[in-house]
Every structure is written in structure tokens, then in C-alpha cells.
Design a protein around this ligand. Structure first.
Ligand code: DQA
Length: 142
């Protein structure tokens, strides 16, 4: 069974509370439950990981080498700032999908650039929870 590491970055643990007009009213637990359901539907194994810390995310990506077959990541704010996360993804070279709940191309100017897109094979934006489903489906088919 394919093993997929699902990484959620900073402040995604506050889903539900956090800017509900943008990110919706469902909480992080609901997102995690949804991802687990999708994984079962597509016959893949998932590990769920969330951190508010850049270096901790880098450590987790490094540790994925030889353990996971693919990575699904919502790097949250680090999308727009983190060369370190980009370099870690390039280093382990696993198939990677980048997902964002919102459409980062239609928000503030500073959200339009993604370091992660320079490596990710696919970027899914603006589809809410369903973006994670689409990402898992894509990775399950590789
Ligand atoms: C986000 C978009 C980012 O710009 C923002 O910093 C986030 C969440 C999204 O899922 O839409 O924290 O990655």
C-alpha cells in the first residue's frame, strides 16, 4: 500500500476559528477525518502531520526519505517564504502535491508567489477540503 505523508503548516491547526469567511467553519479535526476517509477510498496509507515551525517541517520532510512514497503538503504561510522547505522537498525528491484551501492567486500580492510550486508536481488551490482529496487521488495514481 502506498504511504503518503500529509503535512499541514502553521495556523492550520486553528481551522474553524481562523478567518472562517476565508477558511470555512470546519475545524482541523474535521479536515484530518476527511483526509483519512479519502485515503481509505483511494487505498493509500496516510500519516497526518501538523507543525507551526519551519525547521520541524524540514526535519519531517527529511525523515520521509525511504519511508513514504509521496508527500501532500499545505505549507500555509511558509509557502511564500521558505527556501528551506523547498530545498528539503528537492533533497528527498518524493512526488509532491501542494494544496491550499484558498485561491492564493486572487488574494494579497504577497501570496501569489510560492517557493513550493518550484518543486511540486501539482498545485491545487481554492477548493477547500476537496483540494486534499484531489491531491491524494493524484498521488495514489502515480
Ligand atoms: C493557505 C494560504 C496561505 O497563503 C496562508 O498563509 C495559509 C493557508 C491556504 O490553505 O489557503 O496559512 O496555505
Amino acid at each position: 500500500m502506498k504511504k503518503i505523508l500529509v503535512i499541514n503548516g502553521p495556523n492550520l491547526n486553528l481551522l474553524g476559528l481562523r478567518e472562517p469567511a476565508l477558511y470555512g467553519t470546519q475545524n482541523f479535526e474535521a479536515l484530518q477525518g476527511f483526509i483519512v476517509e479519502c485515503a481509505a477510498e483511494y487505498g493509500v496509507e496516510v500519516e497526518l502531520f501538523q507543525s507551526n515551525h519551519e525547521g520541524v517541517i524540514v526535519d519531517k520532510i527529511q525523515a520521509a526519505y525511504g519511508v513514504f512514497d509521496a508527500i501532500l503538503i499545505n505549507p500555509a504561510a511558509y509557502t511564500h517564504t521558505s527556501v528551506a522547505i523547498l530545498d528539503a522537498l528537492k533533497a528527498v525528491a518524493l512526488p509532491t502535491v501542494e494544496v491550499h484551501l484558498t485561491d492564493i492567486s486572487t488574494r494579497e500580492e504577497f501570496r501569489r508567489f510560492s517557493y513550493i510550486s518550484l518543486y511540486a508536481q501539482k498545485t491545487i488551490c481554492g477548493k477547500g477540503f476537496d483540494g486534499y482529496k484531489e491531491g491524494l487521488h493524484y498521488l495514489s495514481q502515480l
